[in-house]
Write a protein that binds this ligand. Sequence first.
Ligand SMILES: [Cu+2]
Length: 285
Amino acid sequence: MTGGWLSVVRGGIAALGSCAAVGAARAETILGAPVSGQMGFLPANTVVQADIEWFHNDILLPVTIGISLLVLVLLAYVVYRFNEQANPVASRTAHNGPLEIAWTVVPALVLVVIAVPSFRLLSQQLIIPAPDMTLKVTASQWHWNYGYPKSDGGFSFDSLIKEDKDLKPGDIRLLSVDNAAYVPVGKIVEVDVVSQDVIHSFSVPSFGIKIDAVPGRLNKTWFKADHEGVFYGQCSNICGIDHAFMPIEVHVVSPDAYQAWLEGAKKQFANADGVDVAQTSLVRP
Ligand SMILES: [Cu+2]
């Protein structure tokens, strides 16, 4: 039943992507952005997010709908069969051994069915494979700072929301930023997340990542993007008055395009007044 929603969503996203391509302001296709009337998840761009979707659509939804329908049917039956007119003399039954065992064992089995894929998913998210690169993400009120490793030039830069007056064709209001993060496709990217002030949360739905940025603490997550494109996220922990205005924009590009971007970025951000990547892990003044 979820396939219908998903195909509608995918269709909308494909249309959006082609609009952006026609706009010629942006070479890459937008894949990870919400569209009007959308239901369901953004398109998955990592194995983890694909598994999250499977877990939600094929395990949790059937369980939720099945239990809701069962309870509804039982309630309707009780109302119909045991109302005062249909059943004037109430039963004095207080216990039913087999029934009580059944309503204890069956929910326990349902929990086991949920727990097995749930723990598998958790371990997939939490056990970080050997990374090809590390992206340092530092949250501040109210923008993100991206730091690249020494092997890639060792620079960092701030990424701020584009104001409405600065939007260009192909940009998305409230999601597009002045300086987006770039990562290569098919590479394992470890994301080290810290905060300079309050608790934020770094979340990119298409990658299946959402992790708190906590002052004085280094949190790690990872992703391996399967497809090139532009993917958006937002701060997902209420962090102050401009919480809604610190979007995340990640461009997943080919290794060659990534190298080309690195060359330009190294020069552009050589003197950027950004956060020192090496010193952000335990910072709390
Ligand atoms: Cu925030």
